[in-house]
Design a protein around this ligand. Structure first.
Ligand SMILES: Nc1ncnc2c1ncn2[C@@H]1O[C@H](COP(=O)(O)OP(=O)(O)OP(=O)(O)O)[C@@H](O)[C@H]1O
Ligand SMILES: [Mg+2]
Length: 265
């Protein structure tokens, strides 16, 4: 029962028939546990499907809106208002496209779980990031990835770190550092940059979907503001959390905390 509860905490929502064996009291408790897991499973899939359906449905009226707007421009000629309508509609289309890809990634992510070593998950990503930073004349350094493994959804675990690292590269002035620390079964991955950081009172907000600290600063940098929301959701699905703080250099440090990794390989 304890092992089964731990699996659920890791986000693995499988029922376990062996829980329904043994003395009667255990059978009953085991059956209830399995029922709960089934219900949780349905709830999560239902919610994710809803999000996916909604974002999909929103697309058609938006497409018609942009078409009508294009017609209006053709009839009346360009005007400031019509151009504004078009840029805002385009922005909305981008947000919906991002939402759609987010919900696709999450759809059944709790069903598709495997065991990965940390290196399998993140080495290529860090090597690529090192290269990408170089292209922007910045320096990204990372500690050796500890040898441990984690149970979860590979693509989600990968993009959880990727979104943080890419932000760090984008907002750093010169350098980005990625470091790891393990205590017991808890793994912390820290990504620090030396950029201008985020005001203290906004540190929690940056994980919200579409939240951007400054429209002026962040619009120029592209993206829609879903990156950290994906990270946050991925962390929650893996018995972990994401936190942001201001570091000694005044830049941002994002820490990904994983509660249950397997250290004995
Ligand atoms: N390392 C950082 N330094 C300073 N500000 C940051 C950093 N990382 C994130 N932010 C702020 O948090 C906001 C949200 O980040 P998030 O990754 O969710 O969106 P984005 O990078 O703007 O767009 P996207 O990731 O969708 O391309 C950013 O717009 C930015 O204002
Ligand atoms: Mg981002």
């Amino acid at each position: 029962m304890q092992a089964a509860a731990e699996r659920v905490a890791e986000g693995r929502l499988d029922i376990d028939p062996s829980l329904e064996k043994g003395p009667r009291e255990f059978q009953q408790a085991g059956a209830s546990f399995n029922q709960m897991v089934t219900a949780l499973n349905q709830m999560i899939s239902g919610q994710q499907r809803l999000l996916s359906d909604i974002s999909h449905e929103l697309r058609s009226p938006l497409t018609r809106l942009r078409m009508a707007n294009a017609l209006a421009i053709r009839k009346q000629g360009e005007s400031q208002e019509l151009t504004r309508i078009d840029t805002e509609a385009e922005r909305m289309e981008q947000m919906i496209a991002d939402l759609l890809s987010l919900s696709r990634m999450q759809l059944n992510s709790h069903a598709e779980r495997e065991t990965y070593t940390l290196e399998e998950l993140w080495l290529t990503l860090l090597e690529d990031a090192e290269f990408e930073a170089e292209q922007h004349s910045k320096l990204l350094t990372y500690q050796t990835i500890p040898s441990a493994s984690i149970d979860g959804n590979g693509p989600l675990l990968c993009s959880a770190l990727e979104n943080v690292v890419r932000n760090a590269i984008k907002y750093a002035n010169h350098s980005v550092e990625v470091s790891f620390s393990i205590a017991g079964r808890e793994l912390k991955v820290m990504v620090s940059d030396d950029g201008e950081g985020v005001p203290q009172e906004m540190l929690a907000d940056i994980f919200r979907p579409f939240y951007r600290v400054s429209t002026a600063r962040d619009r120029a940098s592209g993206g829609t503001g879903l990156g950290l929301a994906i990270t946050d959701s991925a962390m929650r699905q893996h018995n972990g959390k994401a936190e942001a703080s201001i570091n000694a250099k005044g830049g941002l440090t994002v820490t990904l905390v994983f509660g249950l990794i397997n250290t004995a390989k």
